[in-house]
Design a protein around this ligand. Structure first.
Ligand code: SF4
Length: 441
């Protein structure tokens, strides 16, 4: 059973030294009980206390990390059922499946194309996370080598026969791949294989009882990193199974089911919808049938939106941004540092080909209206930003364009910046190019 904050507090040094980043040991204990900090943040816990606290310190869903020369794919360590309760931490890895029977040349080509995929969304670069190689009767080791020749990202090796999977594992020295899958009939051999090659292991079972039985047996054989495959014939069954597993892990702290989940939308009737469901609730690894940018992009954006901390908006760094090589006579546009606001404005101006200085104020990551309502985007703050970044030294014509939504600030800003001409721009970013041509040229 997990310990309460007070029980944890009694095991801490109680010196309130603050080295953990909290003002008191009690505050740290409360955070530890809520599984929002790591026990290692306190350097003074005795060995005896560490043992007692291990249960409380361990995350309810084990963190499983797949490793390869080209990066890592992490799943687990989640602490809430719903994102609005706190946040989801480790974004589910998106993997594209290839089959050994496709042949090395075709696999290499397919993987190289998918591996090179990179797309930018509000300043963030998105890529795929890895590949799944299925032993379906062809040259499995050759298939794994072909993938490795084209990508260094983490791998999932799929096959029910341990003897067929082993040649693939031999080609991945020094890596931590994920093996799929141990079931009631092959679990011993699969556990041996996972242990021998330090791989993580998927455990497949149709009911929570069957899964829990297998994870305990496999753990007893020395394999710690496991991933659950509860199966499910349709989306409704999958959602029910995944939700049940998450509840048992988080709400009942049932350790035998405290592992990430793998999803195979590639086998579903409507793959895109099934993948979206898996990302939302509650997959840690998602295997897709093929690489299609038009299908992958919305999944990457959906994933980003779900795995963004709702308490910390995505932000850009405050500063002065040059768009279309502005000249001293170019206008100065002002906005906030909420990423979506910034990119809405920057993209419109950039797309118009018109030069401008874009000054981004620190509004704690809020959009213009929200920041204004919260007192984070006012005349004083804008003036401070203009002065702080010495915008005046870059321009010969001192003109500031305020977002139309905060027209009310123009008078106060004139008082704060008496040397500057203050113009009120449009409310929507999409209207900036027309405004620019009509008013600023
Ligand atoms: S570092 Fe340890 S001893 Fe110091 S305040 Fe934090 S919990 Fe207490």
């Amino acid at each position: 059973m997990a310990l309460s904050g007070i029980q944890i507090y009694k095991l801490l040094p109680q010196t309130n030294c603050k080295e953990c980043g909290f003002p008191t040991c009690l505050a740290f204990a409360m955070k530890l009980a809520a599984k929002q900090v790591e026990l290692s943040a306190c350097p003074y816990v005795t060995e005896a206390a560490q043992k007692q606290l291990a249960e409380s310190a361990a995350p309810p869903i084990r963190l499983v990390t797949l490793k390869a020369a080209g990066g890592e794919a992490k799943a687990g360590n989640e602490v809430v059922m719903f994102r609005h309760e706190k946040t989801f931490y480790n974004r589910p890895g998106l993997f594209v499946r290839v089959k050994a029977s496709e042949g090395a040349e075709a696999i290499g080509k397919k993987v190289a194309e998918a591996d090179a995929y990179k797309v930018n969304y509000v300043g963030l670069d998105f890529t795929l996370d890895g590949f799944a190689v299925e032993a379906d009767g062809g040259d499995f080791a050759g298939a794994v080598k072909a993938v490795r020749g084209a990508s260094k990202r983490p791998l999932i090796l799929i096959g029910k026969d341990p003897a067929a999977l082993e040649p693939g594992l031999q080609a991945l020295t020094g890596e931590t791949p994920l093996l799929y899958a141990a079931n009631a009939s092959n679990w011993e051999a699969m556990a041996d294989l996972a242990k021998k090659y330090t791989a993580a292991l998927v455990v497949s079972g149709e009911t929570p009882d069957a899964l829990a039985d297998l994870t305990q047996k496999i753990q007893a054989k020395g394999v710690e990193d496991m991933v659950l495959d509860p199966g499910g014939k349709n989306m409704s069954q999958m959602l029910t199974a995944w939700t049940q597993l998450r509840r048992l892990a988080l709400k009942s702290n049932f350790r035998p089911l405290g592992y990430p989940i793998i999803a195979f939308p590639c086998d579903a009737k409507d793959e895109g919808v099934a993948a979206a469901q898996a990302i939302a609730k509650y997959a840690g690894f998602v295997v897709l049938s093929e690489f299609k940018p038009e299908a992958i992009y919305p999944l990457l954006v959906l994933r980003q939106n779900i795995y963004t901390d709702p308490q910390k908006p995505i932000q850009v760094t405050p500063g002065i941004y040059e768009i279309n090589q502005p000249k001293p006579e170019s206008p100065v546009l002002v906005t906030t540092n909420f990423s979506i606001t910034y990119f809405a404005v920057a993209n419109e101006v950039e797309g118009s080909g018109l030069p401008a200085w874009l000054v981004v104020c620190d509004a704690e990551g809020m959009s213009v209206l929200t920041a204004w309502a919260a007192g984070k985007f006012d005349a004083e703050r804008i003036a401070k930003t203009i002065k702080g970044f010495d915008v005046a030294s870059k321009v010969s014509k001192k003109r500031i364009v305020l977002p139309g939504h905060v027209a009310v600030l123009s008078g106060e800003l004139e008082a704060e910046l008496p040397d500057w001409e203050i113009k009120v721009g449009p409310r929507e970013a999409v209207d900036i190019p027309a405004f620019y041509k009509q008013v600023l040229m």
